[in-house]
Design a protein around this ligand. Structure first.
Ligand SMILES: Cc1cc2nc3c(=O)[nH]c(=O)nc-3n(C[C@H](O)[C@H](O)[C@H](O)COP(=O)(O)OP(=O)(O)OC[C@H]3O[C@@H](n4cnc5c(N)ncnc54)[C@H](O)[C@@H]3O)c2cc1C
Length: 276
């Protein structure tokens, strides 16, 4: 399918991009890597009259240490994160999870800001970011504000971002050598997860178990009480509301959430992972 016609705006700075969003209101959409937005436009599920292309704004792609945190520019592509030496040393779950997104073409175009803004509950990087905790830094007409990652995703394709705001940066804590693991279950190597579990330092997040990526809070609370990994992982699907589709029904997704959580926690703890 061919998208409907649209005007393309190419701002040279974040300020110009925000001004374009203010000017065009809900007629406008930000375009980053285009790997989620363009498929929607081709299906005519999104028909923005104006695309604000942020891909040529300088200085939006970086990974750097700032105090106790790692700051990642919103325009950083999945491939750049996958290969980044600072990320590998300071927050190693992210390069690994970036390497699990789609195929090389997707990873060379898709950006971390795009996948965070898109709010697809089946996204890989948002699942890891939710397990890490941290902040989404956004810029609008009145300046910058920080949104805690735990408050950013409100539901299916729904976020705390206002219409005239742009994500400019993601900040996550430096985890260094703390245990981590990401377990993604797919039918084909380059697919979105049917279910995935990210574990970092006793925190667990799940993909595709609700309208947005979610924390496995019952598991986290059980671990904090001193429960074994097996006992805690058995609670991973509590409080979730998985959907059913041609890949998996709700019971199967619940089973996967428990199993992948157990495997992720065991790997993060350095123990051999559960087989079934
Ligand atoms: C074939 C294929 C396979 C894929 N496989 C996977 C997979 O296995 N796992 C996975 O997680 N993802 C997968 N993806 C999605 C991919 O990761 C996308 O790149 C990502 O979800 C969106 O990033 P983008 O930069 O392309 O955003 P775009 O498509 O440009 O934008 C997506 C949405 O975010 C908004 N947006 C973008 N950037 C910003 C910003 N800085 N501030 C505010 N709003 C913004 C846009 O307006 C739009 O609404 C796949 C995509 C394709 C096409």
């Amino acid at each position: 399918m061919i998208p409907g016609s649209f005007e393309l705006v190419r701002p040279a700075s974040v300020e110009e991009a925000v001004a374009a969003l203010v000017e065009h209101g809900d007629d406008a959409k930000v375009l980053a890597g285009g790997h989620s937005l363009l498929p929607l436009m081709k299906l005519r599920l999104a028909m923005p009259a104006v695309l604000v292309d942020i891909s040529r704004i300088p200085g939006l792609s970086y990974v750097r240490v700032e105090g106790d945190e790692v700051a990642i520019g919103a325009g950083t592509r999945h491939h750049e994160l996958e290969k980044d030496a600072v990320a590998a040393a300071e927050v190693p779950i992210l390069p690994y999870v970036a390497s699990q997104v789609g195929d090389p073409q997707v990873r060379h175009r898709g950006t971390i800001g795009g996948t965070v803004a898109h709010s697809d509950p089946a996204s890989d990087l948002p699942t890891a970011l939710l397990a890490l905790g941290g902040t989404v830094v956004v810029q609008g007409p009145s300046g910058r504000r920080d949104i805690p990652i735990t408050e950013f995703w409100l539901g299916f394709f729904e976020t705390a971002l206002a219409e005239d705001e742009l994500i400019v940066e993601i900040r996550v804590p430096r985890t260094g050598s703390a245990g981590w693991a990401y377990e993604k279950f797919t039918r084909r190597a380059n697919d979105w997860p049917i279910v995935a579990a990210a574990a970092v330092d006793g925190r667990v997040a799940l993909a595709n178990m609700a309208g947005s990526v979610v924390r496995a809070t019952a598991t986290e609370e059980a671990l904090a009480r001193g429960a074994s990994i097996a006992e805690a992982a058995a609670l991973a699907d509590q409080g979730t509301s998985p959907g059913a589709d041609m890949h998996a029904d709700q019971d199967y997704r619940r089973h996967l959430a428990r199993l992948l959580t157990r495997r992720a926690l065991e790997k993060a703890a350095g123990a051999p992972a559960a087989a079934a």
